[in-house]
Design a protein around this ligand. Sequence first.
Ligand code: CP
Length: 357
Amino acid sequence: MKTKNVLDLTDLTHKELMEVIKLADDIRRCPSDYAGACKGKILATLFYEPSTRTQMSFQTAMLRLGGTIIGFDNPQNSSVAKGESLKDTITVVGGYTDIIAIRNPMEGTAAAAAMYSPVPIVNAGDGGHLHPTQTLTDVVTLHNEMGRLEGLTIGLCGDLKNGRTVHSLIKTLSTFKGNKFILISTPELTIPQYIKDIINASECSYEEIPSLAKAMPELDVLYMTRIQRERFASEEEYRKQHGVFILDKAKLKAAKKSMRILHPLPRVDEIDVEVDYDERAKYFEQTVYGMYGRMALIIKLLETSQKEFPSRVMSTHPFRCNNPRCITSTEKYLPNVFREAGGDMLICKYCDGRRLI
Ligand code: CP
């Protein structure tokens, strides 16, 4: 695979993505064939934020491939607690290991880590920005459950503003033809403009609807999400949004028999437990597909990776990104790197935040 780092799943070409999906399927059918595929290799999981699925599925993926793991799930138990920078942590851990999966609450952290890492960086979630290996989990699930990744009507419901899984999933599915996204949220939690721009520039379409019940009959897939409590400025703001959309058996009566219900998990209460017993509910199967997806991704990234430090990146502009959640606001040495978006608009290379010149 030519791609070195996976900051978003769209870093992979379509051909690379389809190869990873196929390999995930092959591993699922015959795991023993791959039991030694990563013998002698070491994965680091650097988790600055809580996780169950992403961390443990990365770890079990590497262990099932015959490799080993190191890392932390609480940065306070590492030298981060003494003030060590992201740059220094990545430089050191990259020297010890062959691949790094990193999760951090600041947006753009994985992109920043990739600037200093001699080994592949996989974004395991950067704040409310992106979560590419959840998207890999989702597309492996859809490929198996729906038999296709195009021509689908997909309802995405809940916290579309802060839900990084939603952002990454739309970015990837927008690269397939004819998908229609039904965006179900309150006015306060709508999808960021940059994601709408990506859909508008693709062969897909979207509609924003404030009612789950209204959207239900036309959906092929319903992707429920949690309201991201940890991204709200106050508990009061969170409480206003919590409990607005709840999927229960009564609402499911209007859905197609063939509809599939996905959720990246963890669930709080946006899906009633009764729904778990409906044959359309696939969110627990989804977690297992995710482990095979991560096994396939690790194999593909390590097949071609050569340990070497990237060249130094210099600032492209004299000013900083003005997104307070961007990694550049805490790691002060990072260069200012922007893409030109036409007119006076710049897009931050780390967090996709926009600012005017
Ligand atoms: N889906 C997901 O990212 O779950 P965790 O936060 O448990 O890793």
